[in-house]
Design a protein around this ligand. Structure first.
Ligand SMILES: [Zn+2]
Length: 434
């Protein structure tokens, strides 16, 4: 396929990140590391050197564009750069082992000292130098992506994961103080990365879906993330692992430009719930597909995500070090096939007044004043039967979207009774058809 529009990888990436013009195909990028042992062998640059030497860091990262064909170059491979600068002893690992913080020196807020010259600490300065090198070499063509750890992730390293999570339950004031102080590190580092040449900055803040509740995210991190997004002077992408299906709207509220998400969050659901108010970056599964699967498996997931309307394709998280290059390239191959031809509506979404979301599948060939559809309440495993009334809709022509002309009532069918869930008047406005 010839690529006439948005032909530079950088423009394709930025357009995806801002939900703009789609061009001929989706952008493929990596908010987190795509370095594997095979990529190290191909570039001749290995961990742990690449974590600590700016030239090696830049050159290994550039393999993502040069060898894999991604639209982005992202040079931070580990999650420990800030931790070492703040006093953790870090084991920088090996070609087959990611770095790890070996000590957790902060037990009280008073134990935390943020050096004035933190950006000059070697483990952080290396990234700024690498970004400058990449900007000079690739900045006119490829998206240069920076990455900082958010205050929640830095707290894990400084305090230990278990202690920190325990404090969220028992010592909430202490947690808030730590997050408030550490957010300054994330903001300063992000802005320095933008000045050094990053086109966008990933904020990795591992309040992981399976460990942290939506309520805890809302109480502790939402205000912190909102402030960070106001004070960081460029595009931001949240990386937050785990199944976060139940809190996607909170990430929209936090004001990020993009959310980097996992395969266990269904892409079709996610696209509908976030309603293009944040761009979705993801979500090819690491363990089962990129690491454990075949290029064909990768292709299938990539095509599913493209059909769903994800804005930028990416592995869901830092890829396992044994990931085959062929599987990473298969993401790019799937993207090069372009978008899916737009057919008539297969689904739509309604937001209830309470902010709950429901998916709906509606047949698109019939015309009825009353029809029954199957609704799925997202985030819950079971389908619930519902009924639509006054669903006067029609297909205006073969190629256009069905139009809902009137309001619709949705019923939730319980064991004995039907409960009215609510009326929606501007159904078309609130929904998206793909
Ligand atoms: Zn992750």
């Amino acid at each position: 396929m010839t690529e006439t529009l948005l032909s530079s990888p950088k423009r394709r990436f930025l357009s995806g990140l801002f939900g703009g013009r789609k061009g001929d195909r989706i952008s493929v990028a990596n908010p987190t590391s795509i370095v594997s042992v095979e990529l190290m062998e191909k570039t001749g640059i290995f961990f742990p050197d690449a974590h600590l030497d700016p030239h090696k860091m830049a050159e290994l990262a550039a393999g993502g564009y040069e060898i894999l064909g991604f639209d982005s170059i992202m040079p931070e491979f580990s999650v420990q750069q800030e931790a070492e600068a703040l006093g953790c002893v870090v084991d920088w690992g090996s070609p087959t082992m990611m770095p790890d913080a070996k000590t957790h020196p902060v037990k009280e807020v008073e134990d935390l000292t943020i050096p004035d010259n933190i950006l000059e600490k070697p483990s952080m300065a290396v990234l700024l130098r690498a970004l400058e090198i990449l900007k000079r070499t690739y900045g006119n063509h490829v998206a240069i992506v920076g990455k900082v750890m958010g205050p929640w992730t830095i707290s894990y390293h400084l305090c230990g994961v278990q202690d920190f999570l325990m404090w969220t339950l028992t010592e909430s004031e202490k947690v808030k103080k730590l997050l408030n102080r550490l957010k300054e590190v994330s903001i300063a580092f992000a802005n320095a990365q933008l000045r050094a040449g990053a086109d966008a900055v990933v904020i990795a803040d591992h309040a992981t879906g399976d460990l942290v509740s939506p309520k805890a995210y809302q109480d502790f991190l939402l205000p912190v993330h909102q402030e960070m997004n106001q004070r960081i002077g460029g595009p931001t992408i949240l990386h937050l692992c785990g199944n976060c299906s139940d809190r996607l709207r909170l990430f929209v509220e936090a004001g990020f430009d993009g959310y980097h998400f996992e395969w266990q969050v269904d892409a079709k659901m996610a696209v509908q719930v976030v309603n293009h108010e944040i761009s979705l970056v993801g979500n090819i599964a690491n363990r089962d597909v990129l690491f454990g699967g075949t290029p064909e498996d990768v292709y299938k997931q990539a095509r599913y995500s493209i059909e769903a309307g994800v804005d930028i394709l990416a592995p869901e998280c830092a890829v396992p070090l044994q990931t085959p290059i062929a599987n990473l390239k298969a993401i790019v191959e799937a993207a090069k096939e372009g978008y899916v031809a737009q057919g008539p509506a297969a689904g739509a979404l309604i937001f209830s007044p309470e902010g709950l979301s429901y998916g709906v599948e509606i047949p698109c060939s019939s015309s009825a004043s009353r029809s029954t559809a199957r609704f799925k309440k997202w985030g819950r495993p079971s389908w619930i039967e519902t009924s639509l009334s006054s669903g006067n809709w029609r297909k205006s022509s073969m190629n256009s979207e069905p139009i809902f002309s009137t309001s619709m009532r949705v019923w939730q069918v319980g064991m004995r009774s039907m409960t009215s869930v609510g009326w929606w008047n501007s159904f078309k406005k609130r929904s998206r058809f793909r």
